[in-house]
Design a protein around this ligand. Structure first.
Ligand code: MD6
Ligand code: FE
Length: 220
């Protein structure tokens, strides 16, 4: 048995496999969100009209370069007192906007494709990156239920994702995340350190000079 048939296939510039394994429990689903890209971006516009993007202050007093908002029953917030999930947007005093069904359904479908059936997120953190925006290495550990995975959707400009290890000092790999890519991680990878290098400028047909990242979590 030879692989001549495969060798004879025309070169495909998008030949990366649809599912890439990053580490045990963590995968990238290339282009997974593209079939609903317009609906996702419309939903982000609706959410951010009600709960505008803002640059939160870290407990250490620094202003984050990533602008954030949330939808769902709980939203991730940071201020001088620490990090927490809060059902109320501190800027408005109102509950966060409900999670649009198109977001919830995509997150569930992606988790299932990655081997995590039944994912029921109660929070979606929405990050907005402009050129130069970065997110330093961190763990996502403010969720009570660490058995559930996190589903992360990239839209707009591409970014370089830093994928480290379970210790902050572990040297991270660099993973290119493009429009429509979805990262799902859980299990043994759930507390891996990760981040985003400073966003390179570009002009995306759907988002212009922005990258939008949605991360779905089960917080309790
Ligand atoms: C980002 N993502 O891609 C930042 N966290 O803009 C995250 O910090 C992240 O992508 C947990 C799981 C997946 C993620
Ligand atoms: Fe994170």
């Amino acid at each position: 048995m030879t692989f001549d048939l495969f060798d004879a296939l025309p070169a495909d510039p998008d030949a990366s496999p649809a599912i890439e394994t990053l580490a045990p429990g963590a995968v990238v689903l290339r282009g997974f969100a593209r079939d609903v890209e317009q609906d996702l971006l419309a939903a982000v516009r609706d959410v951010s009209a009600a709960a505008p993007f803002r640059n939160l202050i870290t407990p250490g007093g620094l202003r984050m370069s990533v602008a954030m908002t949330n939808c769902g029953d709980a939203g991730w917030v940071s201020d001088r007192t620490g990090y927490r999930y809060d059902p109320v947007d501190p800027q408005s005093g109102e509950h966060w906007p409900a999670m649009p069904e198109v977001l919830r359904a995509l997150a569930r479908r992606a988790a299932e494709a990655a081997g995590y059936p039944g994912f029921a997120p109660d929070a979606c953190l929405i990050n907005r990156y402009l050129p130069g925006t970065r997110l330093s290495l961190h763990q996502d550990r403010d969720e009570l239920d660490l058995r559930a995975p996190i589903v992360s959707v990239s839209l707009g400009l591409p970014a370089t994702f830093l994928w480290g290890g379970l210790r902050r000092a572990d040297r991270p790999d660099r993973i290119r995340l493009a429009h429509g890519d979805v990262v799902v991680w859980g299990g043994p990878s759930r507390l891996v350190f990760h981040g985003i290098t400073p966003l390179a400028d570009g002009d995306h047909p759907l988002t212009g000079h922005e990258r939008i990242n949605l991360t779905f979590r089960k917080t309790r």
